[in-house]
Every structure is written in structure tokens, then in C-alpha cells.
Write a protein that binds this ligand. Structure first.
Ligand code: PMT
Length: 417
């Protein structure tokens, strides 16, 4: 862990049962040569003692904005400047609400407002508190403010419940700290996907009826191409499998042009073996004409029946692979967006799904704008109305953040670069 040696970390501890694990976290950081200044809230004292933390950190613990002696030694603004990184572990629901509102009613919250250092928040709370609308709203707000949320893990909880809300274990927190502090910043965009291979499907598919007619949809490819560009900008090696569009391929992607859902299925499966991430943005036709007429169909009677066969589900087939990559789908919905998307994510076996409303004129199909919700097993995050380029950049950053451990497993370089 020598690359962290000499770094200054301000560790905020708030009042959750997981606070008992923080002496271990301090110990791991100190072993790597990190200077750790512990700041505790009043509630944290109920779970772990300042004496223990002073012993392991080698520094007196700070816990009071009004402590004249401590302020004389290093004032809170000075402390905020001293930090290379602020880590809050465990972060309670109350702490996250405080940060999301920008309050400064205790030393830790004040430091978070005063610092220019990045902030990592490691939530720990009861699963129902984590899933509550208010906490999820605060999570979205914090992420939008540039705060990184680490976890929570899922499993048995101290209160007897099972679900998301456990604090990420100290060694995994140290990994995230290393990634955050050591990652190089290139041209203002963090290469959060450096070395990661990402395959993206985009655009519509075209299902031929005869040589001059087809079934398709209004997908322009804009959202998928924007995501491909955002992934390239984040350092990924990107393959774009696209149905017919009028767009120029994004710079730096390997482009595979296809027509039908079957072509797209074949192209994706020819490439998927060495991909780390697959993102299905394409509006794939669910059905194709059962037969493709070799000649132009002639007009015969008033009515005509067209028999359709179901197309294979590309993204679900990728998610069902034995060595599957991280799989992210999109859901184009017109009603009960969240409910339908949650069910779709589970039904297709996806790690995450991005649901957008395609009943509106100003977002979704063919618009330059979109608004969506990212849904994964442990959480949901609103991606508010913005350009498709902005939404793509934000989505890539959140996916890299949320799935950091999977991406690090598939590609150890991405965790340390
Ligand atoms: O291209 P734009 O004009 O910019 O518009 C963007 C968009 C609205 C098309 C995009 O944001 C979007 O919502 N894409 C998903 C469209 C869609 O087909 O949604 P779905 O809910 O029917 O499918 C769910 C998921 O399964 C999608 O990831 C889709 O790619 C995938 N799928 C669907 C059917 C199929 N046979 N194979 C698939 O892989």
C-alpha cells in the first residue's frame, strides 16, 4: 500500500454499530503510511471510544467544533485544507441527510463543507432506512454533488434484518481510498474505466418484410452513441454494435454495423467473450416477420395478416452466460416506469437497468435530451433531465462507482490506475 504513504485522510465516524470496525480501518491505513485524523460525532462515542481511536491513529481525536485547545492547535478550516481525502465510515442516514442539505451543525459536517478534498461516504444503516425514499433522495443528491458512495453491502444486519445496509468491510474501503487517491486525472475526466472493455448496442433494428419494407422503431442511436463516447472518454476500449442510424461513429470506438435483431445477436455473441461490460441501449425489435418475402409483396385484398416470430433477447442471453460480463440494460417504458423496470431487470438477469419514459416528446426516442432512473439490486438513482451526452457521462461515472468491485475483479488495473 506504499502508494498511499504520506497521504492525509480525515476519517469521520458517525453513530452506527459498524463504528466498532473503524479501529481496524485506521490500523490498515496507518500500516500503509497514511496520516489519519479521526473526527467523531457525538453519537459515534456510543459505539467506539476516542481512546481506542487515538491509540491506533496516533493523534488526538477531534469531536467538537468549540474545543478551544484543539482549535488553537489546528483550526477546523486548516484541518479541512490538510485532508487529501475525507472518508466517512460508517455514515448514518442522519449524516447523509445533513451532508445532502449542506448543514454545518457539528465539526464533521462543517469540515465537509469547508474541504476541497474528495469525500467518500460509506453508508451503514438498517435496510429499510437505506431503501427509504428520503435516504435514496439524499444519495442521489450527494452523488450529484460529486461525493462517492461506497456500498453498502448486502447481508445480515445487527438488528436482525437482511438486506442492503451493511458497511463495506475495512479492506474494501482501503481499496476504494487507493483508487480515489491514486487514480490519475487526464484532461479533467477520470479514466474510471481505464483498461475495461465495454460493448454497447445502440440504434434500432430493422426487420425486413420484403426487399422494400420493414418493421422498426424511432430510435436514432443518440443515447447509445453518447454512452459509447462517454465510455471512451473514461478510458474504456469500446465496441459499438449499432443498427442503422444517421450518426457518425463516436471517435475511438470500434464500430460494427448491423440491420436485424438476429444480426445484432450474432455480432454481440461473437464479441462478448472478452468484454467486461455490456450495455444494451439498442431498441431491438421484439418480433420479426416469420417469413421474408424474396420479392416485393403485391397488394391483393383489403386486409393482410403479417405473422411474426419472436426475436431472441440479446441482453438476457448475455446475462445468462456462464462467465457473464457486467450487464446493464435500458428499459423504454410508457407507464409505471419504475415498477416495470425493476421487474425487467430481474426477469432478464441484469446487474442494472436504466429506465426512460418514451411516451414524452422532449426525451427518449430521437430527442437530444433524456431523463432516467438507474436501478440496481441495492439502489436507485435519478438521472434528471439533461442532454443525452451529459446523461451518458453521468451514467458511466455512476456505473464505475457502483460496480467498482466487479470491474476491479475483471480488470485489476482499473482499481489501482
Ligand atoms: O436511440 P435514441 O433515439 O437516442 O433513443 C434512446 C432509447 C429510448 C432507444 C434508449 O434510451 C432506450 O430506452 N433503449 C432501450 C429500448 C428498448 O428496446 O427497451 P426495452 O424495454 O424494449 O428492452 C429492454 C432491454 O432489453 C434493452 O436493453 C434492450 O436493448 C434489450 N433487448 C430487448 C429486446 C431484445 N430482443 N433484445 C434485447 O437485448
Amino acid at each position: 500500500m506504499s502508494e498511499l504513504s504520506g497521504k492525509n485522510i480525515l476519517l469521520g465516524i458517525t453513530g452506527g454499530i459498524a463504528a466498532f470496525k473503524t479501529p481496524m480501518l485506521v490500523r490498515l491505513l496507518r500500516d500503509g503510511g497514511v496520516n489519519v485524523q479521526v473526527v467523531m460525532t457525538a453519537a459515534a462515542h456510543r459505539f467506539v471510544t476516542p481512546t481506542t481511536l487515538q491509540a491506533v491513529s496516533g493523534r488526538p481525536v477531534r469531536d467538537d467544533l468549540w474545543d478551544a485547545a484543539a482549535e488553537a492547535a489546528m483550526g477546523h478550516i486548516e484541518l479541512a485544507r490538510w485532508a487529501d481525502l475525507v472518508v466517512i465510515a460508517p455514515a448514518t442516514a442522519h449524516c447523509m441527510a445533513t451532508l445532502a442539505q449542506g448543514l454545518a451543525d457539528n465539526l464533521l459536517a462543517t469540515l465537509c463543507l469547508a474541504t476541497k478534498a474528495p469525500i467518500l461516504v460509506v453508508p451503514a444503516m438498517n435496510q429499510a432506512m437505506w431503501s427509504s425514499a428520503a435516504t435514496q433522495r439524499n444519495v442521489s443528491k450527494l452523488i450529484a454533488d460529486g461525493v462517492s458512495i461506497v456500498g453498502p453491502d448486502e447481508g445480515d444486519q445487527a438488528c436482525g434484518d437482511t438486506g442492503p445496509g451493511r458497511m463495506v468491510e475495512p479492506p474494501a474501503i482501503v481499496d476504494r481510498i487507493r483508487q480515489r487517491l491514486v487514480a490519475p486525472v487526464l484532461a479533467g475526466v477520470k479514466p474510471v474505466l481505464a483498461g475495461v472493455k465495454v460493448l454497447i448496442t445502440a440504434g434500432p433494428t430493422v426487420e425486413a418484410i420484403d426487399p422494400v419494407r420493414f418493421i422498426s422503431n424511432y430510435s436514432s442511436g443518440k443515447q447509445g452513441y453518447a454512452i459509447a463516447q462517454a465510455a471512451v472518454n473514461a478510458g474504456a476500449e469500446v465496441t459499438l454494435v449499432s443498427g442503422p442510424t444517421n450518426l457518425a461513429p463516436p471517435s475511438g470506438v470500434r464500430m460494427i454495423a448491423v440491420q436485424s435483431a438476429h444480426d445484432m445477436f450474432d455480432a454481440v455473441h461473437a464479441e462478448v467473450a472478452d468484454q467486461n461490460v455490456v450495455i444494451g441501449v439498442a431498441a431491438v425489435a421484439d418480433y420479426r416477420p416469420a417469413e421474408q418475402a424474396p420479392q416485393k409483396l403485391k397488394k391483393k385484398s383489403d386486409k393482410m395478416n403479417l405473422l411474426l416470430d419472436q426475436n431472441p433477447d440479446i441482453i438476457a442471453s448475455v446475462a445468462a452466460l456462464k462467465n457473464k460480463p457486467l450487464v446493464v440494460g435500458f428499459a423504454a417504458e410508457t407507464e409505471q416506469l419504475i415498477e416495470h423496470a425493476r421487474a425487467k431487470r430481474v426477469r432478464k438477469g441484469l446487474d442494472a437497468i436504466v429506465v426512460n419514459d418514451v411516451s414524452k416528446q422532449d426525451i427518449g426516442f430521437n430527442s437530444d435530451y433524456n431523463s432516467a432512473t438507474l436501478i440496481w439490486a441495492q439502489g436507485e438513482l435519478a438521472l434528471p433531465f439533461q442532454t443525452k451526452d451529459e446523461l451518458a457521462t453521468s451514467l458511466i461515472r455512476h456505473l464505475a462507482d457502483i460496480f467498482v468491485s466487479q470491474l476491479a475483479i475483471t480488470n485489476p488495473e482499473s482499481a489501482t490506475n
